[in-house]
Design a protein around this ligand. Structure first.
Ligand code: PAF
Length: 282
């Protein structure tokens, strides 16, 4: 596995692969890798000749400086895991390398980026669009892999790709969960033992919501989830919103066409966890 730290080095190395007619799979990450990331790498490995993983904690997508400062950084362990997973190239740049000048681009991401995470974290999705577009221009991947835990992020990235006219296939990969149901996240390491023990209740409640959805309205399901989790000590729901899987717009009624997904953000103490569940079609 080649560890590359410069944009020029990355372009040269990937350029050779593309010139040889090889397909390139890109897995963008912010490091602190876990089995969820490795499932993306495994899929990329199976579907491409060359696999590139980027490990970069992107400052422009953090609207909260404390979140950026405490984001886990585990470069050596990440390298070992990626090497063992058969990755060809890992790109681990510095902030200065990626942003020699401030990125002033503002993307017209539209309604998909205005609700939920977009509303709670102003500027977050613009930052995601900045870094992901930069990576796409550097690597020119055939396919890029993203986890469905960040469900809204995938919709935003698809919109950015459409706006920029980038030729890449966006591959959506299912959420990886711990045995007790907690969605795997780099932030889970920040949970205390007590918070970690409570956190699986998020998914348990989402499963209850899916079961209940056949006989209840959207408003009733949203209320049940919010009330149940807010009743847990040390947990606070920031939002639980049932939206259309494509437009990300909140739904008032279960859709006759299309599909619904319930997206949630919960604070466990000061750790912000996100998750989602798709609802069965009516
Ligand atoms: O999902 C993430 O880890 C990040 O938002 C991404 C896509 C790597 C961009 O920094």
């Amino acid at each position: 596995m080649k560890v590359i730290r410069t944009v020029e080095g990355l372009k040269t190395e990937v350029g050779k692969a593309r010139e040889a007619g090889l397909s390139v799979g890109l897995v963008p990450t912010m490091g602190a890798l876990h089995a969820g990331h490795l499932s993306l790498v495994e899929r990329a490995r199976a579907e491409n000749d060359v696999v590139v993983v980027s490990v970069f904690v992107n400052p422009t997508q953090f609207n909260n400086p404390a979140d950026l400062a405490t984001y886990p950084r585990t470069e050596e362990a990440d390298s070992r895991l990626l090497d063992a997973a058969g990755v060809d190239i890992v790109f681990m740049p510095t902030v200065e390398e990626v942003y020699p000048e401030p990125d002033t681009r503002v993307f017209n991401l539209g309604p998909v980026a205005e609700v939920m995470e977009g509303k709670m974290r102003p500027g977050h999705f613009n930052g995601v669009a900045q870094i992901v577009s930069k990576l796409f221009y550097m690597v020119e991947p055939t396919r890029a892999y993203f986890g469905e835990k960040d469900f809204q992020q995938i919709a935003v990235i698809k919109r950015m790709v459409e706006l920029e006219g980038i030729d890449v296939e966006i591959v959506e990969c299912p959420i990886c969960r711990a045995d007790d149901g907690l969605a795997l996240s780099s932030r889970n390491v920040r949970l205390s033992a007590e918070q970690r023990a409570r956190a699986p209740r998020i998914y348990k409640t989402l499963c209850r919501a899916a079961e209940m959805s056949g006989n209840a309205s959207i408003a009733e399901v949203e209320k049940m989830v919010t009330d149940t989790l807010n009743a847990e000590e040390g947990m606070e729901v920031e939002y639980f919103t049932i939206v259309d899987t494509k437009t990300m717009q909140p739904l008032a009624e279960w859709p006759e066409k299309g599909e619904a997904v319930g997206c949630i953000t919960v604070y466990c103490g000061d750790v912000r966890l996100i998750d989602n569940i798709r609802f069965p079609k009516k």
